[in-house]
Design a binder for this molecule. Structure first.
Ligand SMILES: Cc1cc2nc3c(=O)[nH]c(=O)nc-3n(C[C@H](O)[C@H](O)[C@H](O)COP(=O)(O)OP(=O)(O)OC[C@H]3O[C@@H](n4cnc5c(N)ncnc54)[C@H](O)[C@@H]3O)c2cc1C
Length: 390
């Protein structure tokens, strides 16, 4: 494991840190600034911020220059993740496009797709969402039923997706569609790139317990999609999806560590506000969270070292996902314990600003589901890392 960065990487850190200091207004660091704003307005503000970040040369850090990226090292990407979290910069609004679709297009897209998709995504002119899950197909993705029937040079698509993050804000969706009628399981699927504003495509928000609705359902009713808007070739959707998911699972965990380290400090500060820092049980819990966080930090550096050496992360990525997601949940369970019964109130302690933290605690319940549930990840670790029988 290499815990150091090169002089060039440290130079990049200094430049980025200075730019963030000048461009992230202090009020953005406050959770209440974001939670008080209507969801759509917050989305637009984050979109605009990312455009400015692109203009300043801080987008696509490790992307090749030919695609408008900075051509940086994996270490620079990790520094970017650390510094943006440290500065309290907003999360990207285009995570699914930037982290998963873009590298897939770079690897297997046609020249037209590379030209038309990557630049506009980097400038945040086009926001993408991911249409994989369906009401009857989540962990068992190959059970998907949304179908596309060929009509001339277009597919006519019918079906439904669910849990689609950013469904109501996205401009486009990369969706898995069964384009060979009657095909089963992994065969006969294509990944179609569909305009969310086209006829026959409707997104409906799903409101959650926290009041937020950042995901929703997408309905296709005779939506027409050009055959040319298929990524990775007609009928090759399963292997395209596996390639795309390999980028998701290749995340090092550094961004999660840095975000959670800040959240830990917030929770300690809240304990102080409540006069609970002397509580022996809470102190033990907080110490345990700190140990989990530091273990995650070293795991993240280990993964980053593997990426820098060009090693295949393989099934070990499931270990990282399990580690960061459970650390996140444990952290926010400690916050819930701190609040006690007030954790369930709509407005706990009117004199304090806990609503946004409470929402983060609710959100933490989802992290062991999306991106592959913990049960599914443990199966992968058991079979492919430990070599246990199926
Ligand atoms: C916040 C959030 C955002 C999401 N965003 C998106 C998105 O943008 N796009 C998208 O396509 N999807 C998205 N998803 C969907 C997500 O990928 C699915 O929820 C996930 O794959 C699980 O599928 P499911 O909900 O149908 O549960 P199921 O697959 O029905 O699982 C139900 C339970 O059974 C367990 N289980 C299932 N199979 C096995 C097995 N073989 N062995 C052991 N246990 C098993 C699961 O772990 C789980 O506990 C999102 C989900 C959430 C919560």
């Amino acid at each position: 494991m290499d815990l150091t960065f090169t002089p060039e990487e440290e130079q990049f850190r200094a430049e980025l840190r200075a730019w963030l200091a000048d461009n992230v207004p202090p009020r953005w660091r406050s959770r209440s600034f974001w939670s008080a704003m209507p969801e759509a307005a917050a989305f637009e503000l984050r979109r605009d911020w990312e455009r400015r970040k692109y203009d300043a040369g801080f987008a696509g850090i490790s992307w090749p220059r030919e695609y408008g990226g900075r051509g940086g090292t994996p270490g620079m990407q990790a520094i970017y993740d650390e510094e943006t979290q440290r500065a309290g910069a907003p999360h990207t609004v285009n995570a699914l496009g930037l982290a998963f679709l873009a590298p897939t297009v770079m690897a297997i897209g046609t020249d037209e797709q590379k030209r038309d998709i990557i630049g506009p995504m980097l400038r945040n002119e086009v926001i993408w969402c991911q249409g994989f899950s369906e009401p009857g197909a989540g962990s068992d993705l190959a059970a998907l039923r949304t179908g596309g029937v060929l009509d001339g040079d277009e597919f006519v698509v019918n079906g439904q997706k669910v849990w689609t993050t950013n469904a109501v804000y996205a401009d486009k969706i990369f969706a898995l569609v069964r384009t060979e009628p009657g095909s089963q399981r992994h065969s006969g699927i294509s990944m179609l790139l569909i305009d969310m504003r086209s006829d026959g495509v409707q997104a409906r928000p799903l409101r959650q317990i926290s009041g937020a609705s950042e995901f929703g359902e997408v309905f296709f009713t005779d939506a027409r999609v050009k055959v040319g808007d298929c990524l990775g070739g007609v009928g090759n959707g399963w292997s395209t999806a596996m390639l795309l998911l390999s980028f998701e699972r290749g995340a090092s965990g550094i961004v999660q560590y840095t975000a959670m380290r800040r959240q830990f400090d917030e929770i300690v500060a809240t304990a102080a506000t409540f006069g609970r820092t002397g509580d022996p049980i809470l102190r033990q819990q907080l110490a345990s969270r700190m140990v989990e966080l530091e273990c995650l930090r070293y795991r993240s550096m280990h993964v980053l070292t593997q990426v820098e050496r060009g090693e295949d992360l393989g099934a070990g990525s499931s270990v990282t996902k399990l580690q960061w997601s459970h650390t996140h949940q444990d952290l926010w369970e400690t916050f819930d314990d701190l609040l006690g019964p007030e954790a369930t109130l709509a407005r706990p302690r009117p004199d304090t600003d806990l609503r946004a933290m409470q929402q983060e605690a609710m959100w933490s319940r989802s992290v062991t589901i999306w991106g592959g549930s913990s049960q599914v990840q443990r199966n992968i670790v058991a079979e492919r890392v430990l070599g246990l029988p199926r």
